[in-house]
Ligand binder design. Structure first.
Ligand code: E4P
Length: 218
């Protein structure tokens, strides 16, 4: 399972990269705004800064919602760096733009996926990644993990190569359960990735080992 970090914060990205388990980065306009990255030039420069910090894919989301403008903006993003994956909303124009980019060999991450039907269209349009938002489904009393299972079944039925990128990950068990179900990728905040390490028996065991070492090596 690939691990992406879902942030535009360079410090968190660097920390995750240094941990040695990072495969890529996802951003979105809200995450960019959270870091006060505003103005087109600053936004484009920030994407390049992220690419220079990591070795994997970096999703950069288009703001345009109309096909022609999506294509223009996506091409500009793709030209920034060879690690850039163009992120498009799963709308009618987004699916059309996805097909345009995938035919040109430009990789696309289809975002805001909330149903198996949308995921099927993402695969048909040649998306590199399909991003179901599991946390936002859970927020409205719907089963986000069930959507991952449904998409896994559909993609396996037809051998689609589109990778299932579990997004809107809120806690460690989202990651563990996505891994059990067979999501190809998960993207989450650094705190959730580090949360996987937490176990009181690890802390207690380590404290005991160190105490016993001290006793014997005074
Ligand atoms: C994924 O690409 C999105 O940026 C992200 O996972 C959305 O997460 P949220 O629902 O916590 O905003």
């Amino acid at each position: 399972m690939k691990f992406f970090i879902d942030t535009a914060n360079l410090k968190d990205i660097k920390e995750a990269q240094e941990l040695g388990v990072l495969d890529g980065v996802t951003t979105n306009p809200s995450l960019m705004a959270k870091e006060d990255i505003t103005g087109r030039n600053n936004i484009l420069k920030h994407y390049v800064d992220i690419c220079n910090l990591v070795t994997g894919d970096v999703s950069a989301e288009v703001i345009a919602t109309e096909y022609d403008l999506m294509v223009k903006e996506g091409e500009e993003l793709a030209e920034l760096h060879d690690q850039i994956v163009v992120k498009l909303p799963t709308t009618r124009d987004g699916i059309r733009a996805c097909k345009y980019f995938s035919d040109k060999g430009i990789r696309v991450n289809m975002t805001l996926v909330f149903s198996p039907g949308q995921a099927l269209l993402c695969a048909k349009a040649g998306a590199a990644y399909c991003s179901p938002f599991i946390g936002r489904l859970d927020d409205i009393s719907t089963d986000g993990l069930n959507l991952i299972e449904e998409i896994r079944l559909i993609y396996d039925n037809y051998g689609y190569e589109t990778e299932i990128l579990a997004a809107s990950v809120r806690h460690t068990m989202h990651i563990v359960n996505c891994a059990k179900i067979g999501a190809d990728v998960m993207t989450g905040p650094l705190s959730v990735i580090l949360g996987l390490l937490k176990h009181p028996l690890t802390d207690l065991g380590l404290a005991q080992f160190l105490a016993d070492y001290e006793k014997g090596n005074k």
